[in-house]
Design a binder for this molecule. Structure first.
Ligand code: GLA
Length: 381
């Protein structure tokens, strides 16, 4: 039997909210350095079906919960130390709203059922999709009146404090601010966002996602270590964030920093510049002209930031060998997905070539699919 709201809560939901996953076109590990990113929301969404209760209980269930059960917390006793697993994304939002100053004293309890088309662990921000769908729902159902930038900050706060992953603001911003056929050019310091038309369709292009199925987790390990290197680099260079450096500062950085920290800094500084160059190129010349920037971004993550893995490198190399306009890993790294910008007609050839290359290398089969830029979190019904 498929689990849905009715089978778990014994009644029909009264409202539905949804929010998308995201692909980052370019601008990796720049968000927590106060820099620039250019993600877009994708046409894979997480849906939250909801029914208002008449008490103060928040009860949540999900189609991807292996245990299939209902978890509940009182709105009067939300504690981030007492949240784990996927439900931390939902309870964490309620806690983060409160912690950031929202008055939930008049809020009613809710039954919430989550189901998702965003593949989990693929680096497409399935977690931000949950956070942003419920953040918008809680904001509207509890009459909080917060804007989407603040809801993105609430999502990041939940991720950082309740889930324990020291991530930046990109994923939640993409999921909340996304537009159809456009990317979100975000300044992660001011949270000012501009819409940038992608124009893939008009140029006869498609964006392929190649999910390597190599699992990553940002609550542990490499992600936090990279973030710490960036903070060390900024402090030695005497700036509050790496965003304040430009490529002209790199020779001085090389003199002052150890080799590893320097390469981490060089990735972030050059990646910020590549985001600005990509935005300008898209606007002036269209998407066919951004290929080299995508490829340079991948090389920088592979060689300087050292967050790629063999499967991601193989996906990128094979796509390029078979005619992709550009390709790079996307998201936090250490696994997850690569993206390839390809001619519509070449889609099948490139997907087959990547699958064959994975088999020949002894990697398990990747999943390859096309994504389109879609609108951000919304009230569906
Ligand atoms: C993950 C994090 C983001 C961002 C990317 C890397 O997706 O959640 O905040 O840092 O990695 O660009």
């Amino acid at each position: 039997m498929t689990t849905d709201f009715q089978s778990v809560f014994g009644a029909e939901p009264t409202t539905r909210y949804s929010a998308p996953g995201r692909v980052n076109l370019i601008g990796e590990h720049t968000d927590y350095n106060d820099g620039y990113v250019l993600p877009f929301a994708i046409d894979r969404r997480t849906v939250a079906d909801i029914r208002v209760r008449d008490d103060r209980l928040l009860r949540v269930a999900s189609s991807f919960d292996p245990e299939g059960g209902v978890q509940e917390r009182s709105l009067d006793a939300l504690d981030p130390a007492d949240m784990d697993g996927w439900s931390a994304y939902v309870f964490g939002i309620a806690w983060a709203l409160q912690d950031r100053g929202a008055d939930l004293s008049g809020a009613t309890g809710l039954d919430v059922f989550i189901h998702s088309e965003v593949p989990v662990g693929a680096g497409l921000s399935s977690s931000a999709a949950i956070e942003c769908g419920v953040a918008l729902a809680f904001d509207e159902l509890w009459g909080l009146g917060l804007d989407r930038q603040e809801l993105a900050r609430v999502g990041q706060w939940a991720e950082n404090k309740a889930v324990g992953a020291p991530t930046g603001i990109m994923d939640q911003s993409a999921s909340l601010l996304g537009r159809q056929d456009a990317a979100v050019f975000l300044d992660c310091r001011s949270l000012e966002a501009e819409v940038v038309d992608l124009g893939f369709d008009a140029a006869g292009l498609e964006l392929l996602v190649i999910d390597t199925h190599v699992q990553h987790a940002h609550a542990t390990g490499g992600y936090a270590a990279r973030r710490a290197s960036c903070e060390r680099g900024a402090s030695v260079m005497g700036v509050s964030a790496l965003r304040d450096l430009s490529v002209d500062d790199l020779p001085r950085a090389q003199e002052l920093l150890d080799d590893e920290t320097f390469r981490r800094v060089r990735h972030v500084v050059t990646e910020d510049q590549r985001v600005l160059d990509t935005v300008r190129t898209l606007r002036e010349q269209g998407p066919r002209a951004i290929g080299d920037l995508l490829v340079a971004s991948h090389a920088s993550m592979r060689d300087d930031f050292e967050i790629s893995v063999a499967e991601l490198d193989l996906a990128v190399e094979t796509a390029l060998e078979h005619g992709a306009v550009g390709a790079r890993m996307t998201g936090g790294g250490f696994g997850g997905a690569a993206i390839a910008l390809v001619d519509r007609e070449a889609r099948g050839t490139i997907a087959d070539a990547v699958t064959a290359a994975f088999a020949a290398a002894g990697h398990s089969a990747p999943t390859v699919f096309t994504v389109h830029a879609d609108e951000g979190a919304r009230h569906d019904a």
